[in-house]
Design a binder for this molecule. Sequence first.
Ligand SMILES: [Zn+2]
Length: 285
Amino acid sequence: MANPVYQVLSLRVASDPQRTVGTNFFFDSFPADADLPMPQDYLFWVLEGDGRRILIDTCFSPAAAERRGRIMHRSVEAHLADIGIAPSEMTDVVMTHLHWDHAGNIELFPNARFFVQADELAFCTGRSMLHRGVSKIYNREDVQAFMVPLFEGRVVLLDGDATLFPGITVSKVGGHTPGSMTVNVNTRRGQVVLASDAAHFYANFRTRSPFPILESFPQALEAFEIMNRLSGGSLAHIIPGHDPLLASVFPALANRTGIACLHEDPVVDPASLISQQFATGRKTA
Ligand SMILES: [Zn+2]
């Protein structure tokens, strides 16, 4: 039987306008532009099709945004209400990894089961957390909150690649964190690869220069090649996890700002935007 097709929405929760080009790449990919602004968006994703709705990541709460100095645009609850979803009715949540900006709000979903790589949970509850430089990217409160579904038997621990539902697979790519995974979704335009933090920006993927928060640098490079294969070499089928360009590449849902329809054809080729990405800043610099 043919795989079902899904709608894929990306929902923008918050942003960080402070970042610069120089802080977003492991290699010095754009040396002339290093000081230019390159803001980051914080997103989560909703899949709908075949009679089910699936949440990908849970982003973070307004309180966490406040603590970390991020600018909140629309909370996860408000976004879900906008598209007619009551969090208590959500049954399946896929966690691409458990960093603070992806794994807040766990308590909003008391009836969901959570899919996560076993290596990810082991990492953020183990030896590496003795190092503040590593542990600070996780919120202790979020990791503690994750113990509730775990102890209630609502966590599915994955050991590598898996098919979660017809038309929805995950690929454990590592690199950014030990259990980082992409979520690959069948849509009317083919398989869309939600990279999450395996590619923060299109430009990370394009230049094969990862975002500099890394657990394994070679594995992050390997992740790019895995995504390239999963997408059939099409940049338009790879969805970066933090790129504000997404809002230009894909049509907005019913003229809403902050919700993009990733299952629709791109309105502009992302490759053409990458080259112009810093042009505005350059003129005034
Ligand atoms: Zn992230």
